[in-house]
Design a protein around this ligand. Structure first.
Ligand code: MRU
Length: 364
């Protein structure tokens, strides 16, 4: 049998950015060209590309492509700085809950002025800036692999009598939500590679079905043993099947460990607590926002009602029905066993101190 092609949400080379249209999956595999930050803003807003890390990388690379392809219009370094700052700040507004795009924008904007002091030649300045922005692509892949390793090591403690693990996950946190491999789904991939995974259970993830459209696509593609459930089946699943851990991703983790993630995460955490099942967040540190003290400060995105009332243009509810469609919820730190990052696993109450120490040690 032919090996299926690697799943790639983002294809980039200098001057060209292609993204996989996730609204067309699983029926069609179509890549679309992103030429400008405006194209990326629209793709992120409509969820043609989604998942916190993929949003950030798509945003950054759209600015890189636009900069590279319009080099001739810049006559000074300050005009480049103005352009980059404007485009990044605009991209941050495409979706409000995930912090990764905001974090990336800040990192790049912080780099612009010192780079100008170092390098006065416009061509070299642009080249160095493009190199810097392109590093986010590789960085995400490296972080995901590390999260996979730390996560798989952590899960080993739940193996008893040589029985393999059943893991429950929610939404899509795999190759499609990142540059590759994934976070929570990356850990599941790693467990399968280590031959210690019995089954990956996953929710269909209503209302927008990232589970049934995207996670299912990845698990089938990679031939990882799995079982899909409706979101409403999670309680019965935990009561009747041995579930060793729940692992989900994050859109924003605040200083106290509260975590915003796909709507439905909070109820899974409550169910896990009730059934004494460990509940883990898997996320790169770029998803951690120490500027927010608790989850109460996170803005929860509201999505259009059509994402809830229709599937592929078919009505699931009568015209005119009134709905509430928050895209995310916040799981309190008290329900979270650990946060698996590229730097190791943190308990929610030690997250802030350990991350600040890490940042200090990286600076010195
Ligand atoms: O609305 P989405 O599909 O962008 O939501 C995605 C999630 O909630 C993911 O769990 C999160 O972004 C982490 S992806 C590695």
């Amino acid at each position: 049998m032919q090996t299926p092609p690697t799943l790639q949400a983002i294809r980039y080379q200098r001057g060209s950015l292609l993204i996989l249209d996730q609204l067309k999956l699983p029926d069609e595999t179509v890549y679309i060209s992103i030429h400008t930050a405006d194209d990326a803003w629209k793709a992120i807003h409509t969820m043609t590309i989604r998942g916190a890390p993929a949003i950030a990388v798509c945003g950054i690379l759209s600015v890189a492509v636009e900069l590279h392809n319009s080099r001739s219009k810049f006559d000074s370094i300050s005009s480049v700085i103005q352009f980059i700052t404007h485009q990044l700040n605009y991209l941050v507004t495409a979706r409000p809950t995930a912090v990764n795009m905001t974090d990336a924008a800040k990192t790049i904007i912080d780099y612009l002025i010192p780079l100008n002091n170092k390098q006065q030649n416009l061509t070299l300045y642009i080249d160095e800036l493009l190199d810097f922005m392109e590093q986010f692509l590789q960085r995400d892949l490296i972080d995901n692999r590390l999260i996979g390793q730390y996560g798989a090591e952590t899960m080993c403690q739940y193996i008893s009598n040589k029985k393999k693990l059943n893991i429950l996950t929610h939404c899509n946190t795999g190759s499609l939500a990142t540059v590759g491999f994934g976070t929570a789904l990356g850990i599941i991939r790693q467990l399968a590679a280590n031959n210690v995974l019995q089954l990956a259970y996953f929710t269909e993830t209503r209302p927008y079905n990232q589970g049934s459209r995207l996670t299912a696509y990845e698990l089938v593609h990679d031939r990882i043993p799995h079982t899909m459930i409706c979101d409403s089946m999670a309680g019965l699943l935990m009561r009747t099947q041995p579930i060793h851990a729940v692992i989900v991703g994050a859109d924003r983790v605040t200083a106290n460990g509260d975590t915003a993630n796909k709507i439905g995460t909070y109820q899974l955490a409550i169910l896990a607590k009730h059934h004494d099942i460990p509940f883990y967040i898997a996320a790169p540190t770029t998803s951690i926002d120490l500027s927010k003290k608790s989850g109460d400060e996170i803005i929860i995105e509201q999505r259009p009602s059509s994402e809830m009332t229709t599937v592929k243009g078919i009505n699931l509810a009568p015209e005119g029905v009134q709905v509430w469609n928050p895209a995310f919820d916040v799981t309190p730190a008290s329900l979270i066993t650990g946060i698996i990052t590229e730097h190791g696993v943190f308990k929610p109450d030690e997250l802030e101190e350990k991350l600040l120490n890490l940042q200090r040690s990286l600076i010195s």
